[in-house]
Design a protein around this ligand. Structure first.
Ligand code: ZN
Length: 137
């Protein structure tokens, strides 16, 4: 497991299935059985229709880059090496999520580029879903 110096997420009851899936290197989000829509971040109530009838669903991991910034100066309490690409990606299935782009030269990043999920094991119990240019593996 490569060294990781950043914060480790602490799952809550609502986000536990998301982190359990990430540990299996799968991207899953809740879909509302009442209105049929996915949402991110995971929570106990559908943000679209307020139903609590939710079911977890495995996603493709494919996305496009919605927006990004290149971070050159780290923050206290977030001690990860710089520069890194902080990004919001739009999943093929719709929801947008904040993540980090990896395996990419920050100078080559462009809005709209195709990206795909990849996972980084950062502890014995947590893997982070990150994104990289599609087909980079
Ligand atoms: Zn709903």
């Amino acid at each position: 497991m490569p060294e990781y110096t950043g914060p480790i997420p602490v799952p809550t009851p609502e986000t536990r299935p998301f982190w359990d899936a990430a540990k299996r290197h799968a991207l899953e989000l809740p879909r509302c059985r009442a209105c049929g829509r996915l949402h991110y971040f995971p929570r106990g109530v559908c943000p679209h229709c307020l139903s609590i009838d939710l079911a977890w669903e495995r996603l493709s991991g494919k996305a496009t880059l919605h927006t990004f910034t290149v971070v050159h100066r780290g923050q206290k309490g977030f001690p990860v090496p710089t520069p890194y690409v902080l990004a919001i990606v739009e999943l093929a299935e719709g929801p947008r999520l904040m993540t980090t782009l990896v395996d990419v030269d920050p100078a080559s990043v462009t809005i709209g580029m195709a990206v795909e999920v990849t996972f980084r094991d950062v502890s014995d119990t947590v893997a982070l879903p990150l994104f990289r240019p599609a087909g980079a593996a």
